[in-house]
Design a protein around this ligand. Structure first.
Ligand code: ADP
Ligand code: ASP
Ligand code: MG
Length: 815
């Protein structure tokens, strides 16, 4: 004999029921089969809802009833297209009884737990009847038996306790004489020893199957559902979750108690008692292996953690007060009070100071618990020995579960540091002495992120997901998006980094997609995008709440840079080519560095100096390895280099600058480059990276522009002054030429001081042959005293800036 149970979705549509029937036919070829079925998918909730409407005198209950009626009749018409009159008549009689019950609820304005059980029983009674009749109409030797005649319980309505002795006798007696090949039993429903209709609790059809399997001591119990087994985490929340091949009974019990809804927790015990393996299978993918629950667990190489679960809608209650310390009996009274109210405690922790006891319960019971406890401790509260009980809601529990966790060190450390790194606040922690379960209470909003980040940590050692949010979709932004799209597969395969762009904005519009924006058609999506603003963008990034989030600033906008601290405080990394933050006040620079440290969240800005060239990184590495930088000499302006490489007595200064701007080598306002400010900012950042607490005013900026140039009020006006001052620029050129030198705009840092200015560079100097828009930086250090460490290459341009930003993003991925 075999026992199979099919859940709501498995019997939720014509196709699925046909699939169930074909599985049953196949199984019945070799053995007699008992099949336990749930109500048609979603019907139990609908019955409860229609009952609630009726008892609250809401006339909508009539339409809700008609919808339930229609869905069942439609199923029959599709499953038994011919000669279905008798079946329809029978079902209509049952539905009439349901309607009468609802009309009664409407009149008396009340829905007791006992009536609620009567109401929901219709679901399983109807589904089992329809399936059995369908099979009979197809010539299959099947019968339905009403489980209410087999399973005997006490009168704890909505979750009754099974009286095993009577139940087992009934089951054995019935099946001794039943000779049909397939028996269909409604799950979930039962009857009390006083003859009242009861149910076994939500999700209880699994339990019905286990009770029957144990009574008949069958060899295997199969739970058929809509997923391919018990997963490493709820597959609806964690995309990369996968079915666990083998679980011990204890692990399965723990997983189901802590939220793995795929198995109703009480189901395990009857199977465990008789050592009956439970096999969880997918009705729609019957060939997939599924999960086997037995005495054997699977010792995975991947992780000693077998699964990660969550329970939502938790209230955390804290009983605290100085009067509790060292006085026995407080916990006893507390838990007795809860037991009297039949409140189930899911989670308990007590600080070793005994100053407080904290426990988690279902939010539904929070008010009841508070009143009961405050009453029980009324005396102590009035004497200020303890405080009135504190209730916090909007919480969830997440748990790591695995038999083998006890043999591994550092699992809780990894769990909590992973959560911490992602800014997930932990409200309470519990670890059983068996070490089969480590649980934490967190905010409900963080659950999806927490499950995913822990799943990544414990099961996907291989791939790390990076979630990128870009502000500034200009030349560089577009290049970065192209580069990410192009390298996506390579990074995933070779570096095990999954880089996804989740949000993009320019000054006008923004788009988001939690699953990653399709990079092949983002421009089209941008077309229909919502209006952007920095606050809205920030809110959305926080709201989406994804792990390893990275905010990328590709603007030159101060407004954007003012948001970095907010992002860092949310543990969202910041990558910027915008150099305003790092070259603004030292106080702000320092604040951002400190935030990055204290939130353990990267703040990277390699592209602030020399675009994609590894300048800041090199400097940081020198310092980290104990070297001391004595001086830095550099040409740091791609634009000025371009200008002076192209300016001569055969060209004019105005046109050369225009061309540099046209080719994209200058800032939109060329004065920022030509005045030397941009270079001053860069050397300032290097000086700060080297440990100096300098301000921009401390940098000696020896401008080569004339007073007239410097005083121009607009960009247009500035260009005009370049024309009128041509003679000045030609003079600079002529002097350099006469000295056989090249003009280079040089930044120098030495002995804690920095200066920038135009220099005549003689032949043979490393700067002399610097071409086009190239940058060069020479680090003189204790280890490189005479021959400096030189970094040289293109220091401007969209492509190289984008690749510098990309390198920072990848660096975060490798962290
Ligand atoms: P049925 O109607 O077949 O009894 P349930 O809805 O009760 O099905 O249980 C299956 C659902 O349990 C899955 O669709 C999934 O959303 C949820 N679930 C939660 N945690 C897990 C987990 N760890 N493994 C598998 N499913 C899970
Ligand atoms: N139909 C019941 C419920 O939805 C029992 C079950 O499906 O297991 O809770
Ligand atoms: Mg279920």
């Amino acid at each position: 004999m075999k026992v199979l149970k099919f859940g709501g979705t498995s019997v939720g549509s014509v196709n699925n029921i046909n699939q169930v029937i074909s599985i049953l036919e196949d199984k019945s070829k070799t053995d007699k089969v008992i099949c336990v079925v749930s109500a048609v998918g979603g019907i139990t909730d609908k019955l409860l809802n229609v009952g609630y409407l009726a008892q609250s005198k809401n006339n909508d209950y009539k339409d809700a009833f008609i919808a339930i009626q229609r869905s069942h009749i439609k199923l029959i018409e599709a499953l038994i297209p011919k000669k279905n009159k008798e079946v329809i008549t029978y079902v209509e009689t049952k539905l009439k009884a349901l309607k009468d019950l609802l009309d009664g609820l409407y009149l008396i304005n009340e829905l007791s737990p006992q009536t609620s059980d009567k109401l929901v029983s219709f679901g399983e009674l109807l589904s089992s009847y329809i399936i059995a009749e369908t099979m009979k109409s197809r010539g299959i030797h099947a019968e339905r038996k009403n489980s209410q005649e087999l399973i005997v319980t006490n009168s704890d309505f909505t979750k009754a306790e099974v009286i095993y002795k009577a139940t087992n006798t009934n089951i054995k007696t019935y099946f001794k004489s039943a000779n049909q090949d397939i028996t269909i039993l409604p799950g979930f429903v039962s009857k009390s020893n006083l003859g009242e209709l009861t149910t076994l609790g939500r999700g209880g059809s699994d339990f019905t199957a286990a009770i029957v399997a144990a009574a008949l001591k069958v060899k295997q119990l199969e739970i058929w559902t809509d997923v391919s087994g018990m997963y490493t985490a709820n597959p609806k929340l964690v995309k990369h979750g996968y079915p666990i091949k083998r679980l011990s009974y204890q692990e399965a019990m723990e997983l189901s108690h802590f939220g793995a809804k795929v198995l109703y927790p009480p189901t395990v015990q009857p199977a465990l008692d008789l050592n009956i393996p439970i096999h969880i299978k997918n009705t729609l993918k019957p060939d997939e292996q599924g999960t086997v629950i037995s005495t054997e667990t699977e010792t995975t190489i991947v992780s000693p953690v077998k699964g990660i679960t969550n329970i939502n809608d938790i209230a955390l209650l804290t009983l605290q007060g100085s009067g509790m310390v060292g006085i026995p009996g407080f916990s006893k009274r507390l838990f007795e009070t809860l037991a009297q109210e039949k409140i189930n405690i899911i989670f308990i922790t007590q600080a070793s100071s005994e100053h407080s006891i904290c426990f988690g319960i279902d939010i539904k019971n929070a008010d009841l618990a508070k009143t009961a406890i405050d009453t029980a401790f009324e005396n102590e509260i009035s004497l200020h020995k303890i405080d009135p009980i504190l209730v916090e809601d909007q919480l969830s529990i997440i748990a790591l579960i695995g038999d083998n966790m006890k043999n591994f060190q550092g699992i809780s450390g990894k769990m909590f540091s992973t959560l911490g790194k992602n800014n997930i606040n932990i409200r309470a922690i519990a670890q059983g002495a068996s070490e089969r379960n480590i649980s934490a209470v967190i905010n409900k909003n963080d659950v999806k992120k927490a499950l995913n980040v822990l799943h990544e940590r414990f099961f996907e050692v291989k791939t790390k997901q990076l979630n990128v949010f870009i502000v500034g979709i200009g030349n560089v932004g577009e290049k970065l998006i192209d580069q990410i799209a192009q390298q996506y597969n390579f990074l995933k395969k070779k570096l095990k980094i999954d880089v996804r762009i989740i949000g993009m904005a320019n000054s006008k519009k923004m788009i988001f997609n939690e699953d990653g924006i399709n990079l092949n058609d983002w421009t089209a999506q941008f077309h229909f995008a919502e209006k952007s603003n920095l606050q809205g963008f920030f809110n959305k990034v926080v709201d989406i709440n994804l792990r390893n989030s990275i905010f990328v600033d590709i603007t030159a906008n101060e407004g954007v840079s003012n948001w970095y601290d907010d992002y860092l405080k949310q543990s969202i990394a910041v990558v910027a080519c915008n150099k305003i933050a790092c070259s603004g006040t030292y106080e702000n620079y320092k604040k951002l560095q400190d935030l990055s440290l204290s939130y353990n969240t990267p703040f990277l800005y390699e592209t602030n100096v020399g675009a994609g060239l590894p300048i800041i990184n090199t400097l940081n590495n020198l310092i980290a390895s104990g070297d001391k930088v004595t001086s830095i000499q550099a040409v740091l302006s791609g634009s000025l280099n371009f200008v002076f490489n192209n300016f001569s007595d055969r060209t004019n200064f105005h046109d050369t600058v225009k061309r540099a701007q046209f080719e994209g080598y200058t800032e939109p306002d060329p004065r920022i480059d030509l005045s030397g400010i941009d270079v001053a900012r860069k050397i300032l950042i290097l000086a700060r990276e080297n440990g100096g607490s300098m301000e921009i005013e401390n940098i000696d900026n020896q401008s080569f522009l004339t007073q007239t140039n410097l005083e121009s009020s607009t960009v247009d006006n500035f260009y005009k002054t370049l024309k009128t001052e041509e003679a000045h620029f030609q003079k600079l050129y002529a002097s350099a030429k006469a000295n056989n030198c090249q003009l280079k705009y040089v930044a120098e840092y030495k002995n804690g001081k920095a200066k920038v200015g135009l220099r005549e560079i003689p032949e043979g100097h490393p700067f002399y042959n610097l071409e086009g828009k190239d940058n060069i930086v020479m680090f003189y250090t204790e280890r490189y005293p005479e021959q400096p460490l030189i970094v040289k290459g293109a220091g401007a341009g969209a492509d190289v800036t984008a690749s510098g930003l990309f390198a920072d993003i990848i660096k975060i991925g490798n962290k």
